[in-house]
Write a protein that binds this ligand. Structure first.
Ligand SMILES: NC(=O)c1ccc[n+]([C@@H]2O[C@H](COP(=O)([O-])OP(=O)(O)OC[C@H]3O[C@@H](n4cnc5c(N)ncnc54)[C@H](O)[C@@H]3O)[C@@H](O)[C@H]2O)c1
Ligand SMILES: O=C(O)[C@H](O)COP(=O)(O)O
Length: 528
């Protein structure tokens, strides 16, 4: 299979070498597409690679008929409509670690430019002025740096600020007093941090909760003459409130790398001499650009080639160890789902999945996604995948739940999927046999031993002599070869089940003839 990949923002040529070298990939780099052109062209591509400039809107995603993955060569994904991607089954991956160092270094560069008026003094000198009085700065030593958002970049900034002999105090919902002690920095609520700080730097993502978290009210709480740095995302700081706070001398200066709207040519904040700025350059180093492009290229290739990605954004990320344990169950889970939906031949209303034996200790959510995928594919088609399976189930009003037990009826592991439809409740169980692959071991209350693959016929009949012979002859008349046969019954002369694996699909004429045999209660063709 070959794939077309569109790169719509400038990415490091060295970094995209993995894509250039891949045999099954055709790369198109078009970094000047208008939004309309992107919408027009997107259906040609299986993957889209972007930085922060391309706006990957719902409209782009819904027109991406072949789109499978969006790769963000960087951290922030606020330019990608994640809900739309999830709904359309498009996985989003990013490169969260590659530009941490560059962003932290840029933050320090901005902090120092701000405290020593370097950009302003440079401009003045370029304009043939030798003005030493105007550009007297302040030292960082012994000043307090307040960090809002102590993730990857915030933490790196804290370390560097300590190197400048600053006192550091931070706020992050995941930051604890214990961690603060270990890092040798202070810890407080948002209010406490911004009240104490001489310099405040934000390092959160832009989210509903963080939009304008630094607003007029927050500025009022700050010390007079505070300095503000934003190298995270425009919109975390309310730009109008910042403008007013600078004009009223509450804020002594601001260093901004990011803005509420980008790009721009004129901005009222840049008219203020207290503001120093760069055009979103935090991640723009040769090193960071190469690493993020390599990271995202590798993940895109992995996904297109059916492997697990390292940095999913709209799927929970699993550690390698967890993945190694649960991945072998994905195939079994999907096949159990497909088997069951073929068996019931109605849409699902409720899906209950039980995990037993060694699965008791495992992270089973990704296995559940694969089971639901197997079920939904029957009615919703091939666009169902593990990214959107649970979303689609919820949208269709299907209840999905899972439970775990440690005992597995003699198996080391057992997955049981029970499905409720409008008129019936059916279930199927499967296991992974050590070294022998997947098996279906129960259908309803019958015990069987069937590989979940290929073409099958499930027949419910009455236990009596001659049934097997008549079935065999009838299938032979239709030139259908039986590969394996499993039979089980409730009791002698009672209800019984037969599962045949056959060498081709059970077509309608054969199905009709089987259905007409009076010993047969139900016959279902299943193709896995
Ligand atoms: N200027 C640039 O070029 C550039 C480069 C890289 C990253 N960034 C931006 O920097 C930001 C941080 O990146 P990162 O890699 O450190 O991300 P991260 O996920 O490692 O850290 C973000 C931190 O913010 C915290 N947070 C979330 N909501 C919060 C809230 N309401 N209050 C306080 N803290 C909150 C999280 O708990 C997390 O620890 C992102 O927005 C990213 O896009 C900008
Ligand atoms: O979120 C990020 O990774 C940074 O803002 C970098 O954005 P960029 O890739 O557009 O430089």
């Amino acid at each position: 299979m070959s794939f077309n990949i569109l790169i719509s923002d400038p990415l490091s040529e060295d970094g995209i070498q993995p894509l250039r070298e891949a045999e099954n990939v055709h790369v198109v780099m078009e970094t000047n597409l208008s939004p309309e052109e992107l919408e027009e062209r997107i259906s040609e591509f299986d993957a889209l690679l972007v930085r922060s400039s391309t706006q990957v809107t719902r409209s782009v995603i819904s027109k991406g008929k072949n789109l499978k993955i969006i790769g963000r060569a960087g951290v922030g994904v606020d330019n990608i409509d994640l809900d739309a991607a999830t709904e359309h089954g498009v996985i989003v991956v990013n490169a969260p670690n590659g530009n941490t160092n560059s962003a932290a270094e840029h933050t320090m560069a901005m902090l120092m430019s701000l405290s020593r008026n370097i950009p302003q003094a440079y401009l003045s000198l370029k304009n043939h002025q030798w003005d030493r009085k105007k550009y007297v700065g302040v030292e960082l030593r012994d000043k307090t740096l307040g960090i809002v958002g102590l993730g990857r970049i915030g933490t790196e900034v804290a370390t560097r600020a300590k190197g400048q002999r600053m006192n550091v105090v931070a706020y992050d919902p995941f930051f604890t007093e214990e961690k603060a002690e270990k890092m040798g920095i202070g810890y407080g609520t948002l209010e406490e941090v911004i009240q104490q700080a001489d310099f405040i730097t934000v390092h959160t993502p832009l989210l509903k909760e963080t939009r304008h978290m630094i607003n007029g009210k927050a500025f009022e709480m700050m010390k007079d003459g505070v300095y503000i740095i934003n190298c995270a995302r425009g919109g975390i700081i309310d730009e109008d409130a910042l403008y007013d706070a600078i004009v009223s001398n509450k804020v002594a200066g601001a260093a901004l790398d990011v803005f509420e709207e980008e790009p721009f040519m004129d901005h009222k904040l840049l008219e203020l001499p207290e503001v120093v700025a760069t055009p979103h350059l935090g991640a723009s180093t040769l090193e960071a650009q190469e690493i993020v492009a390599v990271d995202v290229s590798e993940d895109v290739l992995r996904y297109l080639n059916g492997d697990t990605v390292r940095n999913p954004v709209n799927l929970p990320s699993l550690s390698k160890d967890v993945m190694k344990k649960v991945e072998p169950y994905f195939h079994l889970a999907e096949k159990l789902g497909s088997f069951l939906i073929d068996l019931v031949d109605e849409v699902a209303q409720e899906i209950h999945i039980s995990y037993a034996g060694e699965l008791y200790d495992m992270e089973v959510a990704p296995i559940t996604r694969n089971t639901v995928k197997g079920i939904l594919k029957r009615h919703l088609g091939m666009h169902v995948n593990d990214v959107n399976a649970l979303y689609l189930a919820e949208r269709k009003g299907i209840i999905v739940n899972e439970n775990k037990t440690s005992t597995a009826k003699g198996f080391t592991n057992l997955i049981t999927v029970e499905m409720k439809t409008k008129s019936q409740v059916r279930k199927v169980s499967g296991t992974l046999l050590n070294g022998m692959g997947a098996r279906i071991v129960n259908v309803d209350d019958y015990s069987v031993d069937v590989r979940p693959e290929g073409h099958m016929v499930v027949i419910e009949h009455t236990d009596q002599p001659g049934v097997i012979g008549r079935l065999g002859s009838l299938l032979a008349e239709h030139d259908i070869n039986i590969a394996t046969m499993q039979v089980d019954r409730s009791d002698v002369g009672g209800k019984a089940i037969m599962i045949l694996t056959i060498d081709r699909h059970l077509d309608d004429p054969a199905l009709k003839d089987l259905d007409e045999l009076e010993v047969i209660k139900e016959v279902v063709a299943i193709d896995l």
